[in-house]
Design a protein around this ligand. Sequence first.
Ligand code: QAP
Ligand code: CO
Length: 186
Amino acid sequence: MSTIEQNKFNLEGELLKIHTYPSAILKKVAEPVTEFDAALKELCQNMLFTMYKAPGIGLAAPQIGVSKRIFVMDIDYKRDVEEFPDGREEYTLSNFNPRILINPKFIRKEGQQVYEEGCLSVPGMYEEVTRAAEVTVEFQDTDGHFHTLEAEGLLAVCLQHENDHLDGIVFIDRISFVKRNLIQKN
Ligand code: QAP
Ligand code: CO
């Protein structure tokens, strides 16, 4: 559970293991979600917890070993870490804006933009990737209700990066093979 006061958020949840490149799970095409139950809500909550703790701005289910068409993201939050003498750490988020997208489907992609991307599954590696500048995506929430989201800039980049994970694509699959070879040798 989480405590919310004045747009502050003390993180609680289960920390999930993030699978790193070149794990086989990252290559699989994920399955659509068909059951909108309590287990799905708990999974999404734990994914958000894991993303905020990392910290990251997006996390897709295949990255935590679940081959389902789900991702979470938040491009707006600020995070403060408080360390206690006993080594315990407490995280306080402000300005948080968690998003959960289930069974996302792009219905519009326009223009081009280049952004230097990273990925929790490829730690320490950042490369420029070319993607659509503006997108419209349809998705379901944890209750199975349908929504439409229009995005540009970083939000559009993040949506496309996370959706790629659901199709077994990691951002370094979209850069030149010369650079990719260098990464694989490290
Ligand atoms: C995807 O990426 C993304 O290498 C989310 O050592 C990235 O949250 C979308 C991270 C850029 C749009 C633009 C990466 C954390 C986090 C690392 C992330 C690292 C620690 C990446
Ligand atoms: Co990623």
